[in-house]
Ligand binder design. Sequence first.
Ligand code: ATP
Length: 269
Amino acid sequence: MLEVVNVSRLFGQKAAVDRISFAVDRPAFVGIIGRSGAGKSTFLRMMNRLTEASDGEIRVEGRNILTLAGAEKRQWQRQCAMIFQQFNLVPRMDVCSNVLHGILNGRSLAATLFNLWSEAEITRALEILDRLGIAEQAPKRAEALSGGQQQRVAIARALMQDPKVILADEPIASLDPMNAQVVMDTLRRIHDEDGRMVIANLHTLDTARRYCDRVIGMRDGRIVFDGTPQQLTTGVARDIYGADASFNESATSTAIEQPDRDYAETMLA
Ligand SMILES: Nc1ncnc2c1ncn2[C@@H]1O[C@H](COP(=O)(O)OP(=O)(O)OP(=O)(O)O)[C@@H](O)[C@H]1O
């Protein structure tokens, strides 16, 4: 379904992504992990053509999506929706309109300028919000919602595009552990129920192990691990993160930490 062949992206002399190759033969839930600057975001942005690749091919069902132009490129961008760490909603706009913005890319200029949505489109947006458990938030301004709710609105906006692939760039990095779990559960459910491929950049190992079918580890623009969550041992993780023997997994965990009682007592005294 997806073949990435020798894909690179240079910024000046520096290769942010350096000749990476991998193939996925079914719409799997793929996690990409690695320390900051490893090239994870650059890869996702090349997938949906927000950033141009310097070299290589990304074939989706046999077609190299890196060479698409004009209407074909826009059509591909509709098929691979993106979700960002900071949600990228329009804060002062209501939730339902934010979701409808998922289909802006495929509409006429007049329809866009005058915010003309058909009844069928509005019904679909509300159905998607209902599916994600946030239908009652539809008339509220996006900025009035919690981070976890805002990220679910962003997922609803992505679903409005009816994408084949969802690209999630650090989708839970701004969320507390409970909201992070709700958002990851939502992405996994969409994958399981709809058969949409998900590729998520993740910064926590436990999340990658728990939700992904396949994990790709990047370091300095290269792929240094490609395997199952079970194969992602502490030793492998240490290698991906370029850490020494003192590497502590909890530093890359979303688990809710027990407060330090002595510290708490000192603060309360
Ligand atoms: N537009 C740009 N211009 C110059 N350098 C860039 C640009 N975008 C990314 N880079 C560089 O490319 C490298 C990879 O960045 P990228 O954001 O893809 O890493 P990442 O693994 O997603 O890290 P993070 O988790 O911090 O976003 C970094 O060294 C970064 O500074």
